[in-house]
Design a protein around this ligand. Structure first.
Ligand SMILES: *Cc1c(COP(=O)(O)O)cnc(C)c1O
Length: 455
């Protein structure tokens, strides 16, 4: 008789998989959730249990898990031309069409697009582009990269160096020359008696002081997410981009908007930089670029960087960089369809229509004595657990409060993500009002259950 436990999906997953970004004690005690398929914003596990996925997979499955038009676009392109590269002066027709479309829907009048397989690679590529560009223009010392604490830019050696999270120290990262500015989270980092406007000014002053101290001629670029995502859904303090952009412009430092999460509607506009009213020099896209149906990332260069990069490449006759699957025809066909679905099938409108209900739901949860604040923009939000609301004191780390909340949610058929002591919600753009109510009802009960245990 085979032992059920060792033959279970859970046991097989654990025996055969090396997990990333996974709390291993939780996996050992609860088992892995092994999924077979999805229906709209729900996913279904091997036991037939259904979960409302309040995180759209990993921020990206914005059209749900079974969108027929996206499936059809993938199938049609697989039948037509299932793979090609974008090297040596060849690329697929889908790649050309997607580049045109991305420039068209970008905030840029014109520009050029370069493809990768992920958001990390897109950030990594952008850094190499800046290093290449500055060297070609006679400024080889312009290599330092500015990002912020709690910013998330990926996991490759360079993009992990840009990421402002302490866990990267286990890899001996960041690499030298990757500098992290303060996180513009007023609720957490505002000082006693400091207004939000004063806090923003402090962030701007820190930026300028850093530039001057390091030497403006040594800085290659500034990368920022319009709303920090994996840092815990942290919108900038009010006026943040209006304060920092002019300083960066003054010193000729390119501004890169990492829109891997915020791109294509998450904040209620197509781009997060539109929501926060600034124009970057380039945009990094991935995740919802293909509505999660294909691994793909893109660097979208605005007019000035596009011209300068083109000139730098012409000077040595090529840009020596690219991935085997850059501009993959199936990925491009899916992305073209995903953009159409988000912009023309009412998804963007639904983000806007659902936002007041989403904010009201978050605000209701924040009335609990153990929720310190709610925050968010559009359909990305978080509630932050605290032991003491007045002093904003967090729970002891070993209580794993947000893990417990997420586990209580999973038991109730809701998937949401613990992040620090916050719980993150970023529902699919196809959610209905009823599904959103289900999400908040389940999270509400999970919070009450866990706070009764730990508070
Ligand atoms: C997810 C993410 C990345 C990294 O993308 P991967 O596809 O996981 O490599 C980069 N930047 C931001 C803002 C992200 O959310």
């Amino acid at each position: 008789m085979p032992d059920d436990r060792t033959n279970s999906w859970e046991a097989r997953a654990e025996a055969s998989s090396f997990y990333g970004f996974t709390d291993l004690p939780t996996v050992h005690s609860r088992g892995t959730v092994v999924l077979t398929h999805g229906e709209g914003p729900y996913v279904v596990d091997v036991h037939g249990r259904r979960y409302l996925d309040a995180n759209s997979g990993l921020w990206n499955m914005v059209a749900g898990f079974d969108h027929p038009g996206l499936i059809e676009a993938a199938q049609a392109q697989y039948a037509r031309f299932p793979g090609y590269h974008a090297f040596f002066g060849r690329m697929s027709d889908q790649t050309v069409m997607l580049s045109e479309k991305l420039v068209e829907v970008s905030p840029f009048e014109r520009g050029r697009v370069f493809y990768t397989n992920s958001g990390s690679e897109a950030n990594d590529t952008m850094v190499k582009m800046l290093w290449f560009l500055h060297a070609a223009e006679g400024n080889p010392q312009r290599r330092k990269i500015l990002t912020r604490w709690n910013g998330y830019h990926g996991v490759t050696a360079v993009s992990a160096s840009m990421t402002g999270k302490p866990y990267n120290s286990v890899f001996g990262l960041p690499l030298p020359g990757f500098l992290h500015l303060s996180c513009p989270h007023y609720w957490r980092f505002g000082q006693e008696g400091e207004s939000e406007a004063e806090f923003t000014q402090r962030m701007a002053k820190e930026l300028e002081a850093t530039i001057i101290k390091e030497g403006p001629e040594t800085i290659a670029g500034f990368f920022a997410e319009p709303v920090m995502g994996a840092g815990g859904v942290i919108p900038p303090s009010s006026g943040y981009f209006q304060a920092v952009v002019p300083i960066l412009r003054k010193y000729g430092i390119p501004i890169i908007s990492d829109e891997v999460i915020t791109g294509f509607g998450r904040t209620g506009e197509v781009w997060g930089c539109e929501t926060f009213d600034f124009v970057p020099d380039a945009i990094i896209s991935s995740k919802n670029l293909t509505a999660g149906f294909f691994p793909m990332g893109a660097v979208i260069l605005g007019p000035e960087l596009s011209d300068r990069m083109q000139a730098a490449a012409e000077a040595i006759e090529e840009f020596p960089h690219g991935f085997t699957a850059s501009g993959h025809p199936v990925g491009c066909a899916i992305a073209l369809k995903a953009i159409d679905v988000v912009m023309n099938e009412g998804l963007l409108e639904n983000v806007r229509a659902l936002t007041p209900r989403f904010e009201a739901g978050l605000a209701r949860l924040a009335e609990k004595p153990n929720i310190g604040e709610w925050r968010g923009k559009g359909l990305m939000g978080a509630v932050e657990a605290v032991k003491d609301k007045a002093t904003k004191t967090p729970f002891a780390g070993d209580l794993s409060v947000s893990e417990r909340i997420a586990n209580a949610c999973t038991d109730a058929g809701l998937i949401c993500r613990p992040l620090g002591q916050a719980v993150v919600l970023c529902p699919a753009f196809v959610m209905t009002e009823a599904q959103m109510d289900e999400m908040f009802d389940k999270l509400d009960s999970a919070l009450d259950k866990v706070f009764a245990e730990v508070a």
